[in-house]
Design a protein around this ligand. Structure first.
Ligand SMILES: C[S@@+](CC[C@H](N)C(=O)[O-])C[C@H]1O[C@@H](n2cnc3c(N)ncnc32)[C@H](O)[C@@H]1O
Length: 193
């Protein structure tokens, strides 16, 4: 759970790794107390490999950005990206990771959508399952009001972590809900408002 709290007081052991995502090379700095510090998360990779980059529009929100793999990847294509999280250490790393990958985005603190005052053409999240259902549901279902009409929500989630019931609830809210990728128990869901 440590990764979801204000963890400025944890010991620090910054390390980095490099990886290819859709043929592009990225380097990410990580630290103790942030999500998936030893390498790109399997679910995050599945998510990034399956986003349709031609249809997401130009105003993207990466909510629960962690040290930034989603926002760094998406902003590398020139899109306008906002990245937010409650983990201040992760936010510092996200800024560093934008810079080392020669891209830019807005990085800021926000508990769920508390500091989000605009609407996006696409919201992307690998939600913080360990933060509990209330936070996950608020991020997933709260996205609707933060999307423009015809905007997209992309989520990666494990099937056995409530994925099926989330899909049913998403179908009540969104016009179009599709599982666009499935691998090793993870699924990527794309919803159109
Ligand atoms: C599963 S991690 C994904 C991190 C990153 N997007 C990635 O794919 O590597 C979920 C992130 O959500 C953040 N988080 C937890 N509770 C949150 C909240 N209430 N509001 C916003 N972000 C939150 C965590 O700090 C964590 O960085």
């Amino acid at each position: 759970m440590g990764q979801y709290f204000d963890n400025e007081k944890l010991p620090s052991k910054i390390s980095s790794y490099s990886c290819f995502i859709r043929g592009k090379k990225f380097t990410f700095y990580t630290d103790i107390g942030v999500f998936s510090r030893n390498g790109l998360d399997f679910g995050t990779r599945l998510l990034l490999e399956n986003i349709n980059l031609d249809t997401i529009g130009n105003d993207i929100l990466d909510i629960g950005c962690g040290y930034g793999p989603v926002g760094v990847f998406i902003s590398s294509y020139g899109y306008h990206v906002d990245m937010c999280d409650v983990n201040r250490r992760a936010l510092h790393l996200a800024c560093k990771n934008l810079s080392v990958n020669n891209t830019c985005a807005n990085v800021f603190y926000s508990n769920i959508y508390d500091n989000i005052n605009c609407k996006y053409s696409c919201i992307i999240t690998n939600p913080p399952i360990r933060a509990g259902k209330d936070v996950v549901n608020s991020i997933i279902f709260g996205s609707y009001d933060k999307l423009i009409n015809n905007g997209f929500l992309y989520i990666v989630i494990k099937k056995d972590m409530g994925g099926k019931s989330i899909i049913l609830k998403l179908k009540d809210k969104f016009n179009d809900v599709n599982i666009i990728a499935k691998k090793s128990g993870y699924m990527v869901i794309c919803c159109k408002k």
